[in-house]
Design a binder for this molecule. Structure first.
Ligand SMILES: Nc1ncnc2c1ncn2[C@@H]1O[C@H](COP(=O)(O)OP(=O)(O)OP(=O)(O)O)[C@@H](O)[C@H]1O
Ligand SMILES: [Mg+2]
Length: 247
């Protein structure tokens, strides 16, 4: 039997002027599960994350965290409640070392300097960044910058981890170590929601998948159910020529 959900989104809607970027989306994030969010460019995936993390206030719907209504909570309060996220475009503090970048969030969450350093370094080793711990972020490749972004969010051991395209630009080796870290985090009991364009990776790692199109949730199910869903197939195959996506 699966555990009760950490996050419940009910009929979430977010508009930008006349554009409905997230349209009546409901979903649940469950501990020890990876919920994949797939959809083409502009489908509303990052906007959905921003409404979860409190960057945007939803125009409609409700968000419950462990049963508590957090719909109107600001971002910092959601972070304290246990939501942690990566940004699609990494935003390190360029003047601090890679390890210090991870430590900053841990200290803000109440860890001592020595605990913060220990946890930061363990997280960076897990992600294969041990050789770069004392480097500045400007010395990292684009893929490594994404791993640093991932380390900053994951080191906080949140209840709910929101990952926005953390595999983009990674080498095969980096993809493998990152996938291992994602699995390990899930096994510690964290609920993970993960936006990903790489359908192969998504089918391999996700326990359940939500497919979005034009702001709407068009399907939810196991990877196999999603791969066979006629609405998902028509979105992907219908636009394959222009978007180059395959399922
Ligand atoms: N701050 C904003 N102001 C106005 N429109 C926005 C804003 N953020 C996103 N949008 C629009 O909302 C829609 C959804 O964008 P969003 O970034 O959520 O898509 P996405 O699924 O994350 O796409 P991608 O795969 O390219 O990252 C798009 O049409 C986008 O142009
Ligand atoms: Mg996005």
């Amino acid at each position: 039997m699966s555990e009760s959900p950490v996050l419940v989104a009910e009929n979430l809607t977010k508009r930008f002027g006349g554009l409905i970027a997230v349209n009546d989306v409901s979903l649940e994030a469950i501990p020890r599960q990876i919920l994949g969010i797939m959809g083409q460019n502009g489908a509303g995936k990052t906007t959905l994350f921003n409404t979860f993390a409190g960057i945007y206030k939803a125009d409609g719907g409700r968000l419950l965290m462990d049963g508590e209504d957090i719909t109107t909570y600001p971002a910092w309060k959601r972070s304290i409640a246990g939501i942690s996220r990566t940004f699609q475009i990494p935003l390190p503090i360029w003047s601090l070392s890679v390890s210090e970048n991870v430590q900053v969030g841990l200290i803000a969450h109440g860890k001592s300097k020595s605990d913060a350093k220990r946890i930061a370094d363990i997280t960076l080793v897990d992600l294969g960044l041990e050789a770069k711990m004392s480097s500045l972020p400007s010395d990292l490749t684009p893929g490594q910058l994404r791993l640093l972004e991932f380390a900053r969010a994951a080191s906080l051991r949140p209840k709910l981890l929101l990952l926005d395209e953390v595999f983009a630009g990674l080498s095969q080796v980096e993809q493998r170590s990152t996938a291992a870290v994602v699995r390990k985090l899930k096994d510690t009991g964290i609920a993970i929601i993960w936006i990903e364009h790489n359908v192969r990776l998504m089918m391999e790692l996700a326990d359940r998948i939500v497919a979005m199109d034009h702001g709407r949730k068009i399907a939810v199910g196991s990877p196999l159910e999603i791969a066979r869903n006629p609405d998902v197939i028509s979105v992907y195959l219908g636009r394959q020529k222009t978007a180059g996506a395959q399922i």
